[in-house]
Ligand binder design. Sequence first.
Ligand code: GLN
Length: 548
Amino acid sequence: MDKEGHKYIFVIGGVMSGVGKGVVTSSMGLILQSKGYPVNLVKVDPYLNVDAGTMNPTEHGETFVLKSGLETDQDMGNYERFLGRDLTSDDYMTSGMVYQTVIERERALKYGGKCVEAIPHVRDEIIRRVEAAASYNGSRLSVIEIGGTVGDFQNALFMEAARVMKMRMPNDVLFVMVSYLPVPGTLGEMKSKPTQNAVRDLNSYGIQPDFLIARAPHPLDDKRKEKLAVACSVPPDHVISAPDIKSIYDAPLNFENDRLGDMLLGALKLPAKKSSGLAAWRNFVKRINTAKKEVKIAIVGKYFDTGDYVLSDAYLSVIEAIKFSSAALNVKPAITWINAKHFETGKAKVAMLSQFDGVIVPGGFGESGIEGKIKAIEYARTRKIPYFGLCYGMQLMTVEYARNVVGMKGANTMEIDIKTPYPVVAVMEDQKEKIKDGKMGGTMRLGTYPAYLKKGSIARAAYKQEMVQERHRHRYEINDHYVPELEKAGLVFSGTSPDRSLMEIAELPKSVHPFMLGTQFHPELQARPLTPHPLFTEFIKTAIAKKK
Ligand code: GLN
């Protein structure tokens, strides 16, 4: 594709991490798209991991799996949810990926005997990737978020790549700095100095920001706006106030109140187009903010604690999927995190689950907390509390059924117990070799695969389709050796791979339980604000019905 005239907006963080660069990037994407410009969003993660799949979720939040199977940062999930479309592998890069390409090229003698160096070789590989992402389906604009904060050693080469792109295409590249203005408790006054210093740091890379997004607990007053504009040489109307908000989905609407979209287009000299606008989005946000009736959902998991803090980021897409379906049904979700280990140690009793309208066991790995999860599943099954199992949650639902209904004492997944007498969940055939060779990064069953749905099942009724495409991330699967016995005892495998060898959905008939369903895939990865996921919607619907 001809990339002539393609525009690039780099989003760079100042002062500290975690102030919402991802939400700013997603919002700009949605706004520009709503103004008639197909947008491409790109995430740059400066760490050396080749993808986000090898990190513990308590380190870095959820691993978001793209349609292609690439394991990426959770920001990619927000990008897809705001844009309302799938992103591709080109839209994500880490330093590890960039270096891997350069080193592989060097090993193949592709540098013609030259000394291979950070500049120009690594830098140019970054630029090549940014430009490759720009070729998406006629998009005119890319918004590229550089992870981390200005001044980090790790992202210096990405800054340099961005500087060089600006130098080559002065009219086509913009810089947006997302910074933070603290209000120290002892002073009670909003301070702009850290942001001024961050801009100076950015200047030292040869980059001048065109816009400043000022994140702060409160809106920015005129005095500070003026001060930032003067000190950082940014036009006052390019200093955008971004106070804390209730929901990230409010962000694009707030930015639009400040006419951010028109100003970005103006700065890029792109004409305003007749646009679809944000009406549907506005409607969705209104529903989120006005729903009153509560539906209480328990998430029984394990990746919650980081030091003294509780982190729900590990299950970000699950939470968002619950929100979208709840908004569609006009209810407000109240989500409670339950550490599965507490059901094992006695710190919490499973009977406490009776106060919830629905229980979710999300994806997970390893031994920790699984007996607690199995107890929770048994409780949900026997008390007829709507239950939704996601990946590990489906595998453990099958283990529970095997143990407590079929009578397979000691049944387990081979991930935990390789000597179990009933390995109802077993390692996938093609995984054995990979595990033996220690080839663990990016080798799970990843990305989108089709599943066929059984007539008359809950899944089929919810999807209203015979075939669905869903995203996966697992090494283990339901052991087909035990399928006939499990089915005889009442468990229904209502979704299977086209050749019927892989069980993709398990459920109990509605006559036995209102909603007891697990998926081998991760439906939460495809739930979007304007198109909630049918299985989540069905789950929330039965949770509301239980309430009555
Ligand atoms: N640990 C399980 C497996 O590898 C489930 C993975 C998951 O929940 N994503 O199959």
